[in-house]
Design a protein around this ligand. Sequence first.
Ligand code: TXA
Ligand code: MG
Length: 337
Amino acid sequence: METKLLGGSSADVSAAAELIKNGFVVGIPTETVYGLGADALNEQAVTAVFAAKCRPADNPLIVHIADFSQAVNYARDIPELAYKLAEKFCPGPLTMILPKKDIIPSVTSGGLDTVGIRVPSHEVMHRIIVESGCPIAAPSANLSGLPSPTCAIHVMDDMNGRIAAVLDGGSSEYGVESTVISFEGEDTVRILRPGAVTREMLLEVCREVNIDPAVLKELDAEAVAASPGMKYVHYSPKAKVVVVEGNTADFKKFVSQNSGENVYSLIYGMESDDFEYNYMTYGDTAEEQAHFLFQRLRELDDAGAEIVYVRTPSKEGVGLAVYNRLIRAAGFEVIRV
Ligand code: TXA
Ligand code: MG
């Protein structure tokens, strides 16, 4: 299959919407990361998404809609708290897990009786949903296991020849995938995957916000993951990634003792001035680190890195999402210096 690269013109957006309406899979921009979009109600189209990504069939897809008022078409027993959260955070990088209606095919929900609903804020994505007239199932547009794509070229790198088209909508604003939450009683939610809607932000609306144990550590082999995606190896470049916890001085000392030709460090921008070993930077603030993380993991592979030591991010705010992705990229190899 030839994969067309579409631009951001009105005609191109309409072409992408038309392809999705007709059952094809298209790489589409969102404010978090790029997605592989298909009509969420079309079993064949959704099956093609799983095939293009080589994704395990038990890992459900998020369903993207244009406005949260449409959630009732796909989900039942929607709690009042979901509407309060939607008022504050939709459109935006928040996915709410809700009991699904029968109209959502079992392939889309990975066999679960729930569905993740998200209202993306990216204008192009919004127009594609409206013009296609479909709720759009979209996982991140990477091959399963690789870092999520934050620009159209990354999607092409993984998906050229595997899907109908990729629509270039510029670089993704946040750079990490949406916050995924489930509901636990009237005014409590649980974060299954941290993102740019942070725990602190959710606490403005919810009385309690629990963090699922799978967010910060590896699940035991026999544990059932609340969010199936959390049990798979993820976000991994070819290079071996190691997260190094400690301050700048200790990090530098560690790298000096472990440097080598294809050994790289991923460090804060402000630490680069007198850094004497191979390195790339991923920003100073948690927001910058989220924005650059996946791009840098891909660039480190292109540079031929075999080992990457990552200076650990802060776990505050969106930093929790950065840390959550990094420990998975590292296969949970975290060392303290
Ligand atoms: O920002 C995002 O969420 C991006 C963009 C494209 O919207 N999408 C995305 O999809 O990251 P994906 O499939 O790569 O990750 C979805 C995560 C997976 O970990 C999956 O297991 C979880 O959400 N998930 C989806 N539906 C679920 C459900 N019904 N119950 C529990 N977890 C669910
Ligand atoms: Mg993904």
